[in-house]
Ligand binder design. Structure first.
Ligand code: CP
Length: 359
């Protein structure tokens, strides 16, 4: 198999920029690193003395802990640059004197001393403008030679998607012929990015699964993402469909992934050239759609529609009694803690190949 070198590449729109073969390589490397971890084999030579800078503009449990522990297990070091405690990196037009520092300066400083920069940003820190955080990561990339790793933006969560594909590989041995359902689910909070559902339709279509997206009216995903999913499905001879019925989607599924996300129609928009907003976000308006669809909960009755061998997935944190019942998430078909565990091995594979590896 011929793959392009991974070293130095950015992991931002990874479901689009990395080929199917490269995703398969990453999964293999993650499983090899998991084997070494479980055997207690030292593998600190892989990124010895390398530094990962991390910036979390939003809260995190799993992503933060596993990147930090992961780089240590590979022999490197994580330096957490907390926005607000450092000068908060800002784009032109969004600067506050002596509180923020323009991204072109932050990027060129960190590029001199680090080996990778991992960023999480969506929602409030991205002014509720859809795509602002994704563009911010690309703004860093413009000024940096070292790889930028997307730890979740407003469009994609590719490190989560990789961990989930590893989990599916472990459970089913492969991808072809599996019916994968990404479904919206109700939450009491509208502060939910589209990153997970968009990554979790792109990655399974890229790897050859038959994918169904279930969502109520008003909670459609980005049309560009849907277009890509259709392209991937065509390339693989598999399928991609959409429905507004959770029950119809669940019938005979191998994998169901019910999860809440926000509505694109209520997020802010902006003109990137002038840096001005062209529409404000309306999170209260969005709440009305959410409240109309409270019955989109994954309960045992709905789960009984999937195959007996089927699995329930969620990236966590889950809103129990809203997105999912305790019976389902704590039940025998739930693999949520396996997914969380595999974040560690997924992140180690990404760092090992992008920050080290062959040229
Ligand atoms: N799934 C996920 O990204 O978890 P955290 O928000 O805890 O990082």
């Amino acid at each position: 198999m011929k793959t392009e070198s991974f070293r130095g590449r950015d992991w931002i729109d990874a479901e689009i920029d990395f080929t199917k073969e490269e995703w398969e390589t990453l999964i293999d490397v993650a499983l090899e690193l998991k084997r070494r971890f479980l055997l207690g084999e030292d593998h600190t030579h892989i990124l010895k003395n390398k530094t990962l800078y991390m910036m979390f503009f939003n809260q995190s449990l799993r992503t933060r802990s596993t990147f930090e522990v992961g780089i240590q297990q590979l022999g490197g070091f994580a330096c957490n640059l907390e926005p607000g405690k450092t000068y908060t990196p800002a784009r032109k037009g969004f600067e506050v004197p002596y509180k923020t520092e323009r991204i072109c300066d932050v990027a060129r400083v960190l590029d001199r001393t680090g080996d990778g920069l991992a960023i999480r940003m969506y929602g409030e820190p991205a002014h509720w403008i859809y795509g602002f955080a994704n563009q911010t990561m690309k703004e860093f990339a413009k000024y940096m030679q070292i790889p930028i790793i997307n730890m979740e933006c407003d469009k994609f969560h590719p490190t989560q998607a990789l961990a989930d594909m590893i989990t599916i590989k472990e459970k089913f041995g492969g991808f072809k012929g599996l019916k994968f359902v990404m479904s919206w689910a109700y939450s009491g909070s509208t502060h939910k990015p589209l990153a997970v559902p968009q990554s979790l339709v792109l990655a399974p279509t890229k790897l050859g699964m038959d994918v169904i997206l279930a969502r109520p009216k008003g909670l459609e995903l980005d049309p560009e993402v849907i277009k890509k999913c259709k392209e991937f499905a065509q390339q693989n001879g598999s399928s991609f469909e959409e429905t507004d019925s959770m029950e119809d989607a669940f019938k005979d599924a191998d994998i169901v992934y019910p999860k809440s996300w926000g509505s694109l129609s209520y997020l802010a928009t902006w003109d990137e050239t002038s840096g001005r907003k062209t529409r404000e976000a309306d999170l209260e308006g969005m709440k009305e759609i959410f409240e109309r669809n409270k019955d989109w909960i994954c309960d045992q009755k709905k789960l009984s529609l999937i195959k007996p061998s089927g699995i329930y997935m969620h990236c966590l944190p889950a809103d129990r009694d809203m997105e999912v019942t305790d019976e389902v998430i704590d039940g025998p078909q739930s693999v949520v803690y396996d997914e969380a565990e595999n974040r560690l091995h997924a992140h180690k594979a990404i760092m090992a190949l992008l920050m080290g590896g062959r040229l």
